[in-house]
Design a protein around this ligand. Structure first.
Ligand code: ATP
Ligand code: MG
Length: 420
């Protein structure tokens, strides 16, 4: 059989021009992780399905209809991870990271959800998550939020920060009753998803993306009326801290994360246009989850960045890495070109060689497209020409033996002009 094989819907490769942008964003994020004392954890992509059923919750979009679940050859039900927090907690418990220790962790990588693909919504997408464990007060929430704000500021992304508090479990229980009472009184205006959630997870109804329900939800009771004194003071302190740190925010009284283990603070950043698939970073405190998954009770707060959405919003990209040298060569000089390239790499330079046997014209086009600092062209057995060195044109012809030293010198001078 021959012919082209289609990719999986909603699952796309990242082509080199996009990968360059992603890498610049990721490099910036890594530096920020270091700046806030977060350490990388690399998590599996496959987990037991029950992890998500328990951690994310049975009555959620993710578990009800979005997971890639299959039975493996040993008969175990496994799922491709739809998010990172559950796996992070599981790995932290198993690795003993939470024993009376504060931990700041980050991870990144692909997540999988069977959703309807559209702009900003894919079936394989990427998250960059940060999670902080063992810190109960509003201070760590403020610090994590400041980190999120810095991520966006550094990349020139404009988004509104929305914050709310779900209070303690008890506050939420009382709120839940009031909410169910309100929604049940307007049962005729609820869509099917919401009717189902009304029984089992009414807070998630507030999360509905259905525009027909917006007016109804805008009138729903808010949790603020059900906060305990402790919940209120926690949330007030967080707001004071954010103000002191110069982080702008808006209180969004109906912002929820409808999972049982969320407590106190929830937050998200959404760009100014209010699209359904707009949220770029979402997070909150989830003090209940570690014990829910069999660990000792442990405070936890974190967020996840939707990388596709973030990269799409970036207006200020850190400069991509520069190619130092591009080597053009005819077929008979290819071995000499390879030897020269290796010598230049030994000297610490980045080098691309053109080995397709193409015309000088097309090689030159490729060299220019790469933005190489220096372009050289093999002449014959004896010599190589430095055909273009940016500002200083026509540096002349050198022997192969002289080439590494001469080219290194020119690249060094150019790098200095570029301000490196
Ligand atoms: P949404 O409300 O957009 O469905 P969500 O509440 O399901 O998002 P979370 O589980 O909180 O999303 O995931 C955190 C972030 O991951 C989101 O804010 C978004 O930026 C990103 N994200 C979630 N699902 C997708 C997807 N299918 N494609 C691309 N990005 C996604
Ligand atoms: Mg979703």
């Amino acid at each position: 059989m021959t012919g082209q094989i289609a990719g999986v819907r909603g699952v796309a490769p990242l082509l080199p021009t996009d990968a360059v942008r992603w890498r610049a964003v990721e490099d910036g994020l890594r530096t920020l992780m270091d700046a806030y004392g977060f350490r990388e954890i690399r998590l599996p992509i496959l987990e037991r399905t029950e992890l998500y059923a328990r951690a994310v919750g049975e009555v959620t979009d993710i578990v009800e209809k979005e997971m890639y679940t299959f039975t493996d050859r040993s008969g175990d039900s496994l799922s491709l991870r739809p998010e990172g927090t559950a796996g992070c907690v599981r790995a932290g418990i198993e690795g003993g990271l939470f024993h009376n220790q504060a931990q700041r962790l980050w991870y990144q990588g692909p997540m999988f959800r069977h959703e309807r693909p559209q702009k900003g919504r894919y079936r394989q997408f990427h998250q960059w998550g940060v999670e902080a464990y063992g810190m109960a007060g509003p201070a760590i929430e403020a610090e994590v939020i400041a980190l999120g704000a810095r991520v966006l500021a550094q990349l020139g992304v404009k988004a509104r920060l929305l914050v709310n508090s779900l209070g303690t479990r008890e506050c939420r229980e009382r709120y839940r009753e009031a909410l169910v009472h309100y929604l049940a009184a307007h049962r005729d205006r609820l869509d099917d998803d919401s009717l189902r959630r009304l029984e089992r997870n009414p807070l998630r109804v507030l999360d509905s993306k259905n525009p027909d329900m917006a007016a109804l939800l805008a009138e729903a009771p808010t949790i603020a009326d059900y906060w305990s004194a402790e919940s209120r003071s926690h949330f007030v302190a967080l707001q004071d801290y954010l103000t002191a740190l110069g982080v702008a925010f808006e209180v969004a009284p109906r912002l929820v994360r409808g999972l049982d283990y969320y407590t106190h603070t929830v937050f998200e950043w959404t760009p100014h246009e209010t699209l359904a698939q707009a949220t770029v970073i979402a997070g909150g405190r989830y003090d209940g989850l570690v014990s829910e998954l069999g660990g000792a009770p442990t405070s936890a707060v974190g967020f996840a960045i939707g990388m596709e959405r973030l990269v799409a919003l970036v207006t200020r990209l850190p400069a991509p890495p520069v190619l130092d040298v591009f080597i053009m060569t005819n077929v008979s000089c290819q071995l000499r070109a390879l030897v020269l390239a290796e010598g230049l790499r030994d000297a610490g330079l980045t080098v691309e060689t053109h080995l397709a046997g193409a015309s000088a014209k097309s090689q030159m086009k490729r060299a220019r497209d790469c933005g190489a600092r220096v372009i050289v062209e093999a002449q014959d057995e004896a010599r190589v020409a430095i055909v273009q060195a940016g500002a200083a044109k026509g540096e002349g012809i050198v022997t192969w033996a002289e080439a590494v030293a001469r080219i290194s010198q020119i690249v060094g001078a150019k790098a200095k002009i570029d301000g490196e």
